[in-house]
Design a protein around this ligand. Structure first.
Ligand SMILES: Cc1cc2nc3c(=O)[nH]c(=O)nc-3n(C[C@H](O)[C@H](O)[C@H](O)COP(=O)(O)O)c2cc1C
Ligand code: SF4
Length: 459
């Protein structure tokens, strides 16, 4: 049986357990409270080390990005141009990805709602380690409340000498960092890191062709690191306690890849009794998450399937309820990956054709339109799935839908960014893992019944 390795929450130590109550009643941890509960100790320790040693510690911790791709954070930092000790690095940026627009994902919001200084401390550590002079937090347009919380916390951080002035931590280092909030306008694509940079530059959020990679040519053409909110929130405790401490949480890879060390914020939604955002060691089985922590399936229904973390990851089938939520999940269970680790669970009554159609609608709406396979393919897919759902399609349309899905994406090499891969994996895995439901819809005997999941309006 799965047992947690952590004895107390780490990222959520100052955050109440779910349910969270109304937004306006939420208590935000102030700078003073943060300091009283051990805040900014990690930054103080980092500033007593050489910047490269901080990077080395993060590298050894094997911290993997929490934004969706799981790329090792320390390794990403080493792609920046090298700076000789004591030399001015010139302008370099940190872009913090707080766009959080993946459907079903609401974990970064928790940190910003309750404990903003944890991320700000992580920002200061990353900027020091990588010699980044300005940090821009790109926050999802709909996060009005969180943007205000962050602006207030940044103001407190300036007043207390964390940013600006004589240098980090009131002159403990003479390296000066400035931090700003930049509000998005509500486009999912702006979470893609290069679209985010375009957005920060005041342009339309169109992903850039890579290379050049942002570490060499990023924001305003300067070296830039892009990290997710939760990734940065891990840094204070890693620096304070060391990489060995971090390696004792989470799990090792069972198939020979990099480990899934550390804890992860996991937001549960869908047909469970107690949805919410929880912190677990990486590796918790989905069944344990649902049955032990979320009060089981709603109305005592049976589990049918789950999206592991954002709709772009594809779906876990009925026989994959035991799947462990770690970075190996993609290769073990034929999904794209762990993604944001915010599962959406479906019960036995869910119409999977409607789920596929609803997801296809999302991607059609959010495609930025630069690449033909994504722009046109997402529209065709949505139309085809609509016809299948309404019993208006033929068996050959199932193969056509699969062919369109499979041919779009940066992995097949037909598009600039990964949005199309998300569409591909979501539609393809739902169609393959729940094939009989799709076949039943194209039989001449099928009588259409309209059952949809989520925001249902078509068009
Ligand atoms: C279409 C698309 C949307 C994305 N949305 C987000 C997002 O909302 N938040 C995020 O952190 N990463 C998002 N990503 C991943 C980012 O491109 C990038 O990998 C991540 O911010 C890097 O941070 P990390 O290494 O700390 O995870 C998205 C990627 C794609 C392709
Ligand atoms: S894959 Fe889609 S979203 Fe990404 S750049 Fe191309 S058209 Fe835009």
């Amino acid at each position: 049986m799965w047992q947690p390795k952590i004895t107390a929450p780490i990222l959520t130590q100052r955050i109440p357990t779910p349910p969270y109550g109304k937004m306006q009643d939420r208590h935000v941890v102030s700078y003073d409270e943060y300091i009283k509960t051990g805040g900014y100790i990690g930054l103080r320790k980092a500033l007593s080390m050489k910047p490269d040693d901080v990077t080395e510690e993060v590298k050894k911790s094997q911290l993997r990005g929490r934004g969706g791709a799981g790329f090792p954070t320390g390794l990403k930092w080493t792609f920046l141009p090298k700076v000789e000790e004591g030399k001015d690095p010139g302008m370099r940026y940190l872009a913090i990805n707080a766009d959080e627009s993946e459907p079903g994902t609401f974990k970064d919001r928790l940190l910003m709602d309750f404990d903003p200084h944890l991320m700000l401390e992580g920002i200061a550590i990353a900027c020091y380690a990588c010699r980044l002079k300005k940090a821009y937090i790109f926050i999802r347009g709909e996060y009005h409340h969180q943007a205000k919380v962050l602006e207030n916390a940044i103001k407190e951080a300036y007043e207390n000498g964390i940013f600006g002035g004589k240098g980090l931590l009131d002159g403990a280092s003479n390296f000066v960092v400035d931090c700003y909030v930049h509000r998005g306008a509500g486009a999912y694509i702006c979470g893609e890191e290069t679209a985010l940079l375009e957005g920060l530059e005041g342009k339309r959020g169109w992903p850039r062709i890579k290379p050049p990679f942002p570490a060499l040519k990023g924001l305003f053409g300067k070296p830039t690191i892009i990290n997710n909110v939760e990734t940065l929130a891990h840094l204070p405790s890693i620096i304070e306690n060391g990489w060995e401490w971090f390696s004792k949480q989470g799990c090792n890879s069972t198939i020979g890849g990099p480990p899934s060390w550390g804890t992860k914020l996991m937001g549960m939604s869908g047909h469970v009794n107690q949805p919410g955002c929880y912190e677990f060691d990486l590796g918790i089985p989905l069944r344990t998450f649902v049955e032990q922590y979320c009060g089981g399936m709603r109305n005592g229904k049976k589990f049918k399937g789950a999206i592991p973390g954002g709709v772009s990851m594809g779906i876990l089938g009925t026989d994959q309820y035991e799947a462990e939520l770690d970075f190996d999940i993609g290769r073990k269970h034929n999904v794209l990956g762990l993604g944001t680790a915010c599962p959406t669970v479906f019960d036995e009554d869910t119409d999977m054709v409607a789920v596929a159609r609803n997801i296809a609608r999302f991607f059609k709406h959010e495609s930025c339109g630069q690449c033909t396979p994504c722009r046109e393919g997402s529209g065709w897919l949505y139309q085809l799935l609509g016809r299948i759902e309404e019993g208006d399609a033929k068996t050959k349309d199932l193969d056509l839908a699969l062919e369109i899905a499979t041919s779009m994406g940066s992995m097949p090499g037909t598009t600039i960014c990964g949005l199309a891969d998300g569409n591909n994996w979501a539609v393809r895995t739902i169609m393959n893992k729940f094939r009989p439901e799709f076949e039943a819809r194209v039989r001449p005997t099928f009588v259409p019944v309209r059952v949809t999941v989520g925001a249902g309006a078509k068009g």
